[in-house]
Write a protein that binds this ligand. Sequence first.
Ligand code: GAF
Length: 388
Amino acid sequence: MGASVGAQQVAERFAELYGDRPEGVWAAPGRVNLIGEHTDYNDGFVMPFALPHQAVAAVSRRDDGVLRLHSADIGGGVTELSLDTLAPGVDREWTAYPAGVVWALREAGHAVTGADVHLASTVPTGAGLSSSAAVEVVTALALNDLFGLGLQPWKLARLCQRAENVYVGAPTGIMDQTASACCEQGHALFLDTRDLSQRQIPFDLAAEGLRLLVVDTQVKHAHSGGEYGKRRAGCEKGAALLGVDALRDIPYAGLDAALARLGDEEEVVRLVRHVVTEDHRVERTVDLLRSGETRAIGPVLTEGHASLRDDFRVSCPELDLVVDTALSAGALGARMTGGGFGGSAIVLTEATDANTLTKAIREAFTSAALPTPRLFEAVPSPGARRLS
Ligand code: GAF
């Protein structure tokens, strides 16, 4: 599938389904995270950028308390829901993401009276590239515009996170929704997840003769949901043992002393070490990019992978294979991206080496009798916006 789906095509399908043209068409992208993994629920730093792959929604208002949802990507017809019956933890289907956003908006007191929605997305699902956040954010942005709610993008991201945490029941952080809502073309987003303050960092790899490849292993290990929650709980335990609000409050310079205080809490020690060093890696990456030393971020990305593999333990053999193969074939740096346990890795490379690396990774998967991974170039793209 290509990276984009046309506004016109989505509007036409809407008209077929609902009998009239939509009031508008909106888009919200998936993301890759350059660095800063499993830091967002520790009040830490992250640095995602938007992909060209996006969820597109054609939407019209209704005033009768009915929400109608349809997806071009999932079999089945139109799902019709009554707004009064929306409740957390009930819906286990894809519809929980857009319906959860409507629920979160209404719970926060916003007058959303119903909608007809048709969605089509090119964000790969189950690949750690935030396909769910893209659906949430595009729904929130459309309703924000149509009902004149006047909510800022960061606020929409917060409501989408609430939809995911409470309505869908996934204990995720704020990174993915903020990335989809707030990223800008040609930039990575340096986000402080404590207060949501943001800086757009210019990130134009092509101009520097570089490429960033995304390698979707197409693997999703079944235990991912529960393991994410366990890591989060372990981090919260670490913060409590250390007497801080969140692990963000442990300064890098004070890491050894903090770890010593944790004594024989070995698992917590590993989690704390990852989070504190990862926050530091985000800050190093920002400094390097701001001083024009883009190639020097490669080893920082690779260090981040080792920390996720050995300390945080969220990698898997397929992600390690991508990283090891890319580095042996001359990549500047590589790491898993997103929550882990499958999904995607990113590889920073000289543009001139991109084909060699692609071939080496494909061959390594073939030799290991694994399905061929999906590879594409990640170009920092626009965040959520109205298309028509
Ligand atoms: C997933 C979550 F949704 C994010 O909030 C973040 O925690 C990420 O995993 C790990 O950095 O994408």
